[in-house]
Design a protein around this ligand. Structure first.
Ligand SMILES: NC(=O)c1ccc[n+]([C@@H]2O[C@H](COP(=O)([O-])OP(=O)(O)OC[C@H]3O[C@@H](n4cnc5c(N)ncnc54)[C@H](O)[C@@H]3O)[C@@H](O)[C@H]2O)c1
Length: 367
């Protein structure tokens, strides 16, 4: 199953690892097709036995059948699959986004995928808006807590639509939830040879909930004396990510701050078309998705950038225990960027499938 640490590529798997591919809506199917081609090329080149199962869970399926994520499908994903490779969901024909909520948020919460891992790595110097920065200056990961905070949807409106209206959203943090995301960040740092973990909150204002983060961070950090631990308030971290990004290896933070700061991070290294993410429960089936949405205006035109989903595929290969394959995929994307083999949003001449094929070709040619 999945691990946060790179593993030995040579241990033989008892059966092929099964990846459920959920392409979704809009550009999802196009980037998923391109990325699946790269993942399979890497698997073949590095001897990983993978089996892809394509699942049609998207707006079309929902509108045709009324089904989103059935209990049977959920049990299949949980019990029979090793990873879920997700494109994007969002379709104007489903204005309340019911299918996306049930499938994507449903999987995140029902599988308890408490780590949202988002790498911030500069793969070509021209991609950063920061002046004078090169590849070595931007290479860190954000561990965003993925199951708590204001995202639990607790709250309500009192005297709604009157001048006396009161609106409340509860910010929920548990000892268990805070401890496991902080521990995952330290474990990842150790497993990947990183020296520094920075925790970010607003304990100066949110003295109770983020006070818990402060106390737990100190306790967990003490178990990892080989890792340098540091704390920054979220507003200061936003500034420091721009001013001195080279100072970070691993950032661990709350769900809401992680949401905002990881978008800032994505923009520092090339934007949405390149941003990858993993939703993990270490040791269990996890979900891998590019950060971008379904970009309906681009759908069906073969213009969407597949690199975000391809780099997401690299994260999935790492987590499935094939770090050499994951690294080869990332290297191949770096080479494509250097050679200008990219889609129009990055100034390249290629369509979605051709950009995917360019990466796959380089992966196949890896020595
Ligand atoms: N995880 C998800 O499935 C997810 C995430 C965000 C948004 N959405 C949904 O997607 C739909 C569109 O949302 P949005 O427009 O706010 O966000 P979006 O990410 O789809 O698009 C935002 C902008 O980025 C561009 N873009 C996005 N991905 C790109 C790619 N791969 N290549 C080139 N350009 C790319 C788009 O053209 C657009 O200008 C909505 O229904 C939204 O709810 C889904």
């Amino acid at each position: 199953m999945l691990s946060l640490s790179p593993q030995d590529d040579s241990s033989p798997a008892p059966r092929p690892q099964r990846i459920a591919v959920i392409p979704g809506d809009g550009i999802g199917p196009e980037v998923a097709r391109a990325a699946a081609g790269v993942v399979l090329a890497a698997a073949e080149r590095f001897g990983a036995r993978l089996e892809l199962e394509w699942l049609p869970l998207g707006a079309d399926h929902y509108l045709k059948t009324g089904e989103t994520l059935t209990d049977e499908m959920f049990a299949h994903l949980r019990d029979d699959c090793d990873a879920i490779f997700f494109g994007a969901m969002g379709d104007a024909r489903v204005p309340d986004m019911r299918h996306a909520r049930d499938v994507l948020l449903g999987l995140r919460f029902r599988l308890d995928l408490y780590v949202n891992l988002r790498p911030v790595k500069l793969l070509h110097p021209a991609l950063t808006p920061l002046k004078g920065r090169g590849a070595g200056d931007l290479d860190f990961v954000i561990f965003r807590e993925n199951t708590e905070d204001v995202y639990v949807g607790m709250g309500g409106n009192f005297k709604r639509d009157t001048l006396d209206e009161v609106a409340i959203n509860e910010m929920l943090h548990t000892r268990k939830g805070v401890e496991r995301i902080i521990r995952a960040a330290f474990e990842w740092a150790v497993a990947n040879g990183k020296r520094r973990v920075c925790m970010s909150d607003k304990a100066n204002v949110l003295q109770f909930s983020h006070g818990l983060w402060q106390r737990v961070f100190k306790l967990v950090a003490a178990e990892y004396p080989q890792v340098e631990s540091r704390h920054l308030y979220a507003d200061v971290l936003a500034m420091e990510m721009v001013r001195a990004p080279q100072d970070f290896d691993v950032i661990v933070t709350t769900n809401m701050f992680g949401d905002i700061l990881s978008d800032l991070g994505a923009e520092l290294v090339g934007g949405l078309g390149l941003a990858a993410s993993a939703n993990l429960y270490p040791g269990r089936v996890s979900l891998f998705e590019p950060v971008h949405g379904s970009a309906p205006a681009l759908a069906g035109k073969d213009v969407a950038n597949p690199f975000g989903m391809i780099l997401t595929g690299a994260l999935m290969l790492n987590a499935l225990g094939h770090p050499a394959a994951g690294a080869a995929v990332e290297r191949a994307v770096v080479e494509c960027l250097a050679a200008g083999e990219a889609t129009a949003d990055l100034g390249g001449p290629l369509g979605t499938q051709a950009a995917g094929e360019a990466v796959a070709r380089r992966v196949r040619a890896e020595r």
